[in-house]
Design a protein around this ligand. Structure first.
Ligand code: ZN
Length: 321
């Protein structure tokens, strides 16, 4: 398949969600409590739908299951990645995700390592990221005693920041922040603390998972060492934020110019347009692209040109994905 696979996202309402997926990105969202846009998703809890070409109307998991050649005959039961845009009107729950081993054993799905590109952050915004406990016993004590201020680390963030969140990292996206999240395709979240909120719809607090949280958290917390690598493809400025066994994530930035990419080792490429307008050119065909669009460049697309005024976040599966 020598053309991009454009995708229609799936939206999830959340207790902490807002309306910026509509006001910022123009999406048709179900309510003004919409927290998550599952943009490039083959996860059964919210698969994206193909918008063009021979597979128009099929969900991404159907295409993954029935036409694996599009993905270079990649191995694995499940499409490994999930790209989301999140709008945190209020704080998300303080949570942790398991690694592959724990998740397979207890949840029969992938673990979840994720990362965030900060699209927008209101003045004074903070992420909860990591913790101050020195041992698992101390972690348990601080959780049981509700010593959240002592336990949780807060990190100020701004638009353009990038944070890598390996499985086992305690975290919460803070209020007033929008991120593009690239993650392993998993929906397993263990909540430690939900700010004692009551869900307006159910009248109940959301479930906590203290035992699993304590078992899954990396103790002591260690910040990952990240090194951004900058390069140029034609006139496109490329920043590689991270490259791990799970995924590699890049920013492609082009201003009134263009660059032609060649497929390297990864079998397919996920692309999200965060800002601007332009086109992607594949095999002499011009496909208009603009802010809010998401697509996959399949295996047969060995070369593509990005042209216009565009800010893009792209990702590729890593060698374990
Ligand atoms: Zn998370």
């Amino acid at each position: 398949m020598n053309e991009p696979l454009f995708l229609k996202p799936y939206f999830q309402e959340k207790i902490w969600g807002g309306d910026r997926l509509k006001t910022e990105f123009g999406y048709d969202i179900p309510s003004d409590h919409t927290g998550e846009c599952w943009a490039i998703s083959a996860h059964p809890h919210g698969p994206a739908t193909v918008e063009n070409g021979p597979y128009k109307g099929e969900t991404l998991d159907e295409v993954w299951n029935q036409h694996r050649e599009i993905f270079g005959n990649a191995k694995g039961d499940v499409f490994p990645l999930l790209t989301k845009i999140l709008d945190a009107k209020t704080d998300l729950s303080v949570q942790v995700h398991p690694d592959d081993k724990y998740a397979m054993e207890h949840e029969h799905e992938l673990g979840k390592t994720e990362c965030w590109y900060v699209i927008k952050a209101d003045e004074g915004s903070v992420m909860y990221y990591g913790h101050n406990a020195k041992s698992r016993e101390e972690l348990q004590q601080m959780i049981e005693n509700h010593e959240w201020d002592k336990l949780l680390r807060k990190v100020p963030v701004h638009a353009g920041d990038f944070l890598y969140v390996p499985s086992g990292t305690i975290h919460a996206i803070g209020k007033g922040i929008m991120v593009l999240e690239t993650q392993q395709s998993s929906d397993t979240t263990y909540r430690l603390y939900d700010f004692d909120r009551v869900d307006a719809k159910t009248g109940k607090k959301r479930e906590l998972h203290l035992k699993q949280s304590i078992e899954c958290t990396n103790v002591p917390h260690k910040d990952p060492e990240l090194k951004q690598v900058k390069s140029k493809v034609g006139d496109v400025n490329v920043t590689q934020f991270v490259s791990t066994k799970f995924f590699a994530v890049y920013e492609w930035h082009v201003q009134n110019d263009e660059g032609t990419f060649k497929r390297e080792s990864a079998p397919y490429t996920l692309v999200s347009v965060l800002d601007g307008k332009g086109e992607v050119i594949v095999d002499g065909k011009h496909y208009p692209i603009q802010k809010g669009m998401h697509f996959i460049l399949p295996y047969d697309v060995k070369e593509w040109t990005i042209k216009g005024n565009l800010q893009i976040i792209a990702s590729e599966p890593g060698k374990d994905a």
